[in-house]
Design a protein around this ligand. Structure first.
Ligand SMILES: NC(=O)c1ccc[n+]([C@@H]2O[C@H](COP(=O)([O-])OP(=O)(O)OC[C@H]3O[C@@H](n4cnc5c(N)ncnc54)[C@H](O)[C@@H]3O)[C@@H](O)[C@H]2O)c1
Length: 332
């Protein structure tokens, strides 16, 4: 059987932050709560001496013709040491009927960036206040860019307040993003100014120390924390979750191990029996999401294999229909 190899350049052409891709990721989340899905635990390889990590994620939705396995690296010193992005990855698409590899998507982290930003947009669609003036972005890296772009699919906003502890990255963001987003982009003095000013805040840093404090939050605000996707990472002090009226997880069991929920449970500030819906339940209308303008809402995103399978199969189908990619006979 031939294997199709699709390059990053082709994948960037095939899959973008658009309404079609948003609905594909939404369907992945609703599948997770309404269909039979094989979702193995994430395999995490800690390359600690190099400041790196590799995660392997996958999901198979029963009845689907294919599924994907993602191998994703996060090497946080890459930008400083080598001048290359911290995140990398490739997706392997397997046939659900034979188990054979049908395609390798050499996306270099691009598809992960897209599916992650679309999860942030889906959260905003269901939890953010209806009108946004200033929105906040903490972490001026890859996700800091993708999240603010994807948010525009579901909510217009007037300006972005951004903070990053790395001065050069902050400067680069403020220089580049006004033209990309078409709104004013202003640098903030720190996380406190971002949280105190903005209606919606996204945090996307690999921080290992919490830096968002509960006392900065105000009624009506929404916060999406997506940087913590491993037990040693944390962006929110645990009482932020205790202060929230609604907490939504992409996958509750995963957030309890890897996300902000993990730290709040450990601190005893959230009980094991607390009602915490999953994003798929909110999208499917089984949980109402935001119910009043005064509620404080918080989303904890750790990244789920169904997102990877959903975005990979979208890329695979589009590549097949447009005849993109190079076909390769693995037998040589
Ligand atoms: N939840 C998910 O599905 C998902 C998906 C992709 C990435 N991630 C995680 O999101 C995080 C960011 O990913 P990225 O690709 O944008 O990385 P990146 O390296 O491109 O950007 C991270 C930025 O955060 C800044 N930063 C680090 N610590 C900070 C702090 N304490 N305060 C302010 N700024 C700080 C860095 O200077 C950098 O600019 C990582 O932890 C990554 O593992 C999660």
């Amino acid at each position: 059987m031939l294997i199709t190899i699709v390059t990053e350049r082709e994948l960037r052409e095939l899959v973008q932050l658009d309404a079609g891709a948003l609905e594909v990721v939404a369907a992945g989340f609703t599948d997770l709560v309404s269909r039979d899905v094989a979702l193995p635990p994430i395999m995490h390889i800690n390359v600690a001496d190099q400041g790196g990590e590799v995660d392997v994620k996958s999901a198979y939705v029963a009845g689907a013709p294919r599924f994907a396995i993602k191998v994703a690296g996060g090497f946080w010193e890459n930008p400083r040491r080598f001048g290359i992005p911290s995140s990398s990855s490739q997706m392997i698409v397997l046939s659900a009927s034979t188990g054979y590899c049908e395609a390798i998507l050499l996306d270099n982290g691009y598809l992960t960036d897209v599916r992650t930003a679309l999860a942030g947009a889906l959260v905003a669609r269901h939890l953010a206040p209806p009108q946004l003036d200033a929105v906040g972005q903490i972490g001026a890296g890859a996700q800091g860019r993708f999240q603010m772009r994807a948010l525009q699919l579901v909510r217009p906003y007037r300006r972005v307040l951004v903070y990053d502890r790395d001065e050069a990255r902050l400067e680069a963001y403020v220089a580049e993003m006004p033209a990309v987003l078409g709104v004013e982009v202003v640098r903030a003095s720190g996380p406190e100014e971002v949280v105190r000013t903005c209606d919606l805040v996204t945090t996307s840093t690999p921080s290992q120390q919490p830096y968002i404090r509960a006392e900065w939050l105000r009624p009506g605000q929404h916060l999406t924390a997506m940087g913590a996707d491993a037990p040693h990472k944390q962006e929110l002090f645990p009482d932020v979750l205790a202060r929230a009226d609604v907490i939504v997880c992409d996958r509750r069991s995963q957030c309890a191990q890897l996300g902000e929920l993990h730290h709040a449970l450990e601190a005893g500030l959230i009980s094991e029996s607390a009602v915490i819906p999953e994003l798929g339940e909110v999208i499917a209308g089984r949980h109402p999401g935001r119910q009043s303008p005064e509620q404080i809402t918080v989303a904890d995103l750790t990244g789920v294999g169904v997102q990877d399978t959903a975005i990979s199969l979208l890329a695979y189908d589009r590549a097949a229909s447009r005849g993109l990619g190079v076909q390769f006979d693995p037998r040589g």
